[in-house]
Design a protein around this ligand. Structure first.
Ligand code: G
Ligand code: G
Ligand code: NA
Length: 257
């Protein structure tokens, strides 16, 4: 059982840390196929007694409380600082951070993101914020205001877990987003399931029709990577490419590419 007080203490005492999972270009275009696009920052909790706790266990608790505000700001600050350091290893490498529904309802959030970028001297276009459709749909009008303010900073925005929510084609076209991330449930199933494959193909085509970059997550095999590349998917992420790992491992991974 996770108590909110325990999470507050964890934040105050620096018990959270970030692991980074790489994303690579699957096709030539913006950059040569195989080159690194960036990393997704994924939070972990190093609990003093229970060891490393995965985000699925504590994010749902944080997300429904006001703790999500300082928590996301901590993640943004750490991720931006880390991305600034990684520029020395691979100039232009980006960093993605997950943003929750409540962050999109907070008028202060875009300014705070801008402050973090300034503090660490990072070009805004190297930061990507991932938001789910359901986070936007919780309060679309207010979320849209926040997304426009973030977009005005020059930060990149992507729709996470795409395909699991309810965005209509018309609505998607009005959002100031740069990319769609195809939900891993579709990606995992596509090698064995022709219906899944058809869904993935149509998401890729729709993204390109809308001028959006398309990112597939949950790539676990060479076969899936090859299928996605042949369908024209722009960017890939998954255990086959690299597992979430600490910053030093991410640096080593970057040097090997
Ligand atoms: O790493 P893992 O697959 O266990 O992550 C589970 C979920 O937790 C994912 O949906 C991921 O987006 C979410 N998550 C991980 N780190 C963060 C974070 O820093 N902020 C938010 N809001 N969600 C996160
Ligand atoms: O919901 P979100 O897209 O943020 O989820 C990302 C989560 O998915 C991360 O917590 C990460 O650990 C997990 N993940 C990343 N790549 C793979 C993969 O190839 N297979 C599986 N099963 N999970 C993955
Ligand atoms: Na994500």
């Amino acid at each position: 059982l996770l108590l909110r007080g325990e999470l507050r203490t964890a934040l105050a005492q620096g018990q959270f840390l970030l692991h980074l999972q790489p994303k690579i270009f699957l096709n030539d275009g913006l950059q040569p196929a195989g080159s690194p696009m960036g990393f997704e920052a994924l939070a972990r909790w190093m609990h003093p007694e229970r060891g490393l706790i995965p985000p699925g266990r504590f994010i749902p608790v944080i997300e429904v409380s006001d703790l999500i505000h300082p928590f996301t700001l901590w993640v943004v600050d750490q991720a931006v600082a880390c991305c600034a350091r990684l520029q020395a290893v691979h100039p232009g490498v980006g960093m993605a951070v997950n943003v929750s529904a409540r962050n999109l309802l907070d008028d202060h959030f875009p300014g705070q993101v801008g402050d973090a970028l300034q503090r660490h001297g990072l070009a805004p276009a190297l930061l990507e914020l991932e938001v789910t459709e359901s986070a936007i749909m919780a309060d679309p009008a207010r979320a849209l205001d926040t997304l426009h303010a973030l977009s005005a900073l020059g930060v990149r925005l992507s729709i996470d877990d795409f395909g699991t929510g309810y965005s209509s084609f018309a609505y998607l076209n009005r959002l100031p987003v740069n990319a769609l991330k195809i939900d891993q449930s579709f990606v995992a199933g596509m090698a064995a399931d022709t219906d899944m494959r058809a869904i993935v193909r149509s998401i890729i085509e729709m993204s390109h029709t809308l001028g959006l970059l398309v990112i597939a997550e949950g790539i676990e095999t060479q076969e899936t990577l090859d299928l996605l590349r042949d369908m024209g998917c722009d960017v890939g992420q998954g255990y086959f490419i690299g597992r979430p790992a600490p910053e030093l491992s991410a640096q080593a991974w970057l040097r090997r590419r």
